[in-house]
Design a protein around this ligand. Structure first.
Ligand SMILES: Cc1cc2nc3c(=O)[nH]c(=O)nc-3n(C[C@H](O)[C@H](O)[C@H](O)COP(=O)(O)OP(=O)(O)OC[C@H]3O[C@@H](n4cnc5c(N)ncnc54)[C@H](O)[C@@H]3O)c2cc1C
Length: 444
């Protein structure tokens, strides 16, 4: 039953809507908070607000929840099209959630194998690779300690840049940020807290998020196009009409805003808009290959890559959970190149590389495959955020509410866990706290 306070809130909200006119999105009850985007950030914010008895409307453009966290079962084995590793397990709140809810969790201790053509390289031969990776880590840390908001590549000494293993190590860093080291801030990248093992969930990280959010009602297939805000409240325009609330949580990738797919009226303060531009999304894509039988020499899961100097790296997770599905990961420029070439060309490239390493009749054992295309996905427009060199501090700007009505959430707003699902989740917790604070302080 509505109490008097709620009823008055409803009138306030309706007044905002009335002021703008337009079709109304059917709402069961006056809305306190509209959450835009049902990815890890938006779902967390909504779940927290609902638990606090706040009336929430969640609007999602896709026909599913999860955003960049989505587990695909079309190949007979769950594989994550987006996030799959629970990074920083000592500080990742989703690890405890997984364990408490009977999700099996494994530490990624998979052996890393490097092939020089068809030959598997021995540990002594690849010692130089490990050494340059460690040196790069130290040099980046030192640049950040000195407060240098410079491109990550500028942190490296000439000796590092000239190392014969540098290009391989550089492509490893590219997978972390989704873009090459000249393009992101070393100071920003070094704020990420990386404590604990990387873990994986056989049922899928996307499945875990769906479980976490299973009771959050979400209005699917409802893309938002405009957010109108005043001192009195917010009105959100969608393909199904307009909807009003006292506060809005915007849990969208930065790219959706910088590309103009969602517009603010009046426009956002310049530093807030600029911060979105300063945190673009890089690219990681996956290719999943299903074989008719095991084509790999081992029954266990391993990480394979071909030694190459051109940065066109795909890293293969063989035998996902002991199955005949192999997942290849590409990042940065090469991922854009493959995405533009299309699914058939990407699968062909992966099969050629695997044949180089394995030889034999691998192609004849190929059953079917699938690829992701995150950069051309209109509701993601990339994979995860990085901070442009010289723009350190942009994440903190987006972690602050705007105009007493707008709260931003999303992995990009989380300085110590950006680019991850647990970062998105943590940002949702923060956004829910902020939204409650704004509700408590607002009169309408
Ligand atoms: C290939 C890949 C691999 C990754 N690997 C890992 C990993 O191993 N570990 C890890 O922790 N993280 C990983 N990530 C990153 C992780 O998936 C993201 O950081 C996280 O899921 C982002 O959550 P979010 O809520 O911030 O954004 P999103 O999940 O993108 O949620 C935003 C939501 O807004 C919706 N939306 C967009 N436009 C509109 C609109 N106009 N109106 C309404 N709704 C809209 C979207 O559909 C989406 O549901 C990976 C990502 C990718 C793509």
């Amino acid at each position: 039953m509505l109490n008097r306070r709620k009823l008055l809130q409803g009138i306030g909200a309706a007044a905002v809507l009335g002021g703008f006119g337009g079709r109304l999105l059917a709402q069961a009850a006056p809305t306190d908070v509209i959450v835009i985007g049902a990815g890890g950030a938006g779902l967390t914010a909504a779940k927290e607000l609902l638990a606090a008895g706040i009336n929430v409307l969640v609007l999602e453009a896709r026909d599913r929840i999860g955003g960049r966290a989505f587990t695909d079962t079309s190949l007979g084995v769950p594989w994550d099209r987006g996030c799959s590793w629970l990074h920083a397990s000592d500080v990742n709140p989703l690890v405890a959630y997984a364990r408490q809810n009977d999700f099996e969790v494994f530490a990624d201790k998979f052996p890393r194998q490097i092939y020089d053509g068809p030959r598997r390289m021995g540990g002594a031969e690849t010692a130089g690779y490990r050494a340059v990776q460690e040196r790069m880590g130290r040099e980046m840390k030192e640049a950040a300690r000195r407060g240098l908001d410079i491109p990550a590549e500028a942190a490296f000494t000439q000796a590092t840049l000239a190392d014969p293993w540098y290009s391989m190590a550089e492509s490893g860093l590219t997978s972390w940020e989704g873009i090459e080291p000249p393009n992101y801030s070393v100071l920003d990248s070094q704020q990420f807290i990386e404590e604990g093992d990387d873990l994986m969930i056989p049922r899928g990280y996307g499945t875990l998020l769906a479980h976490y959010a299973r009771e959050v009602p979400v209005r699917l297939r409802t893309p938002v196009s405009r957010i109108r805000w005043t001192a009195r409240g917010v009105t959100v325009d969608t393909n199904a009409g307009a909807s009003s609330a006292r506060v809005v949580v915007v849990a969208l990738p930065t790219t959706v805003i910088t590309d103009g797919a969602v517009i603010f009226s009046p426009h956002l303060p310049v530093e807030v808009l600029q911060a979105h531009h300063d945190l673009p999304l890089g690219l990681m894509n996956k290719v999943a290959l299903r074989f008719k039988r095991n084509v790999f020499p081992s029954e266990r899961t391993e990480f394979w890559q071909l030694r190459r100097k051109d940065g066109r790296r795909i890293e293969y997770l063989t035998r996902l959970w002991g199955s005949n599905v192999c997942i290849g990961l590409s990042a940065g420029r090469f991922a854009y190149e493959l995405e533009a070439a299309g699914e058939a060309a990407t699968i062909e490239h992966a099969l050629t590389e695997l044949t180089t390493m394995l030889g034999g009749d691998l192609r004849r054992q190929f059953d079917r495959g699938a690829t992701t295309a995150w950069s051309s996905d209109p509701f993601a427009r990339g994979s995860y955020s990085h901070c442009l060199p010289g723009r350190y501090g942009a994440r903190a700007i987006l972690a602050r509410p705007v105009g007493g009505r707008i709260v931003f959430a999303g992995e990009h707003t989380e300085q110590t866990a950006y680019g991850t699902l647990h970062g998105a989740h943590m940002s949702g917790l923060r956004a829910a706290r902020e939204a409650r604070r704004l509700l408590a302080g607002s009169s309408t």
